[in-house]
Ligand binder design. Sequence first.
Ligand SMILES: C[C@H](N)C(=O)N[C@H](CCC(=O)O)C(=O)O
Ligand SMILES: [Mg+2]
Length: 363
Amino acid sequence: MKLKNLRLGQLKVPLVTPFKTALRSVDHVHDVIVEIELDNGMVGYGSAPATAVITGDTHGSILCAVKDFIWPAIANMDIWQLNSICERIARSMVHNSSAKAAVEMAIYDLWAQALGVPLYQALGGGLSQLKTDITISVNEPAVMVADAQKAVAQGYDTLKLKVGKDLQQDIERIRAIAAAVGDDIQLRLDANQGWTAKQCISALNAMENAGLTFELVEQPVASDDLVGLKACTEQSTAAIMADESAFSVSQSLALMANNGCDIINIKLMKSAGIFNALTIADSAGAYRMPCMMGCMLESSIGVAAAAHVASARHKIIGKIDLDAAALCQYDPVEGGVQFNHSDIILNQTPGLGIRKIETITYL
Ligand SMILES: C[C@H](N)C(=O)N[C@H](CCC(=O)O)C(=O)O
Ligand SMILES: [Mg+2]
C-alpha cells in the first residue's frame, strides 16, 4: 500500500461572526487541503490554515513546503512504515509546522483506514464523544455579553473569552460577561500574548479578590517571555496555560520540567502533527501536567484529527477547545466527526471517516 498521488486544494468557509483576537481578525476559515492517495485507491485527508501571526505559515509557504519538500520525502513509501514516514516529514525541512501537520494528518487517516478502524481506535482507543468550549471574540463588552448569552443558550457550559487588547477594558469585558452568564458557566481567558506578566498578575489577583474565578488563563504574555509566563504561574491563583509558548516537543518539555506553566495547549498546527502531539501528551502524563487540545481557526478536517488525538489521550487531555467547526456557517465535510455546538461525536468508520469535501478548489 504505497503513497501514490498528492492533490492540493483550497477551502474557504464563512464564519457566523468575525473571529477577533488580540492578534488578528478574520471572517473566513481558509485552509490548504491535502489529499494523498494510496495505490489501492484509498484517499487520506489533511488540512492547514495559514495562521501567519502565530505559526508564521502562509498559504504560499504551506503549498510550497508540501509540494517541494515534504511530499518528495515520502512519495512511494508504504503506509505500514508509519513511523519512518513521520520521521521523514519531520526531517524534510525545518519549521513549517502547519504544512507538516496537514500531510501527516492525511497519512494517519490512511493508516487507520488501512487498519479498518477509526483513528482514535488505531491510537489505542478512547472516548466516542467530547465536549468543547466556544470562543467569544474580543469586542465591546455589550457585544461579548450578547455572544456569551447566545452560546449559553446553545448549551455551552464553558466559554473562552478573548482578551489582551487593553487591560482596563479587558477587566470590564470579563466582569460584564461573568455577571451576565452566572456562576454555572466556566470561564477561560485567552490574552493571546497581549499582557505583561505584571499586568496579568495584578489583574487576575484583583479579579479573584472581587469574586471572579477562572478555570484557566491562556498565554497571557509574549510567546518568548518564558520568565514572565513562569511568574504568572507562580504568582496568580488561576491556572496558567501555555499556548504560543509551546509549539514543539522540546519547548513543551522545558515548560513541564521548569514548572513554567500549569497546563499546555496542544495544537496539531504547532506540534507539526499527530506524532509530536502524542509525544507531548504522553510526556505531560509523565510530568502530571494537564493538557488542552486546541485548534486554530480552521476547517473541520483538522479539528476532526485533533478530536481523535484528544479522545485517545483523554486521561491527559482533559480540556477541549475544538470549536472552529462550530464557528463556521456550514461544514463542507461529508461523513467523519460530527460537530453539534458543544458536542463532538467521533466517527465509527475507518480513519477520519471523510467521504467527500464540498467546495474545494483544486490547484
Ligand atoms: C479557534 C480556537 N478556539 C482558538 O481560539 N484558537 C486560537 C488561535 C486561533 C487563530 O488565530 O486562528 C488560540 O487558542 O489562540
Ligand atoms: Mg490561545
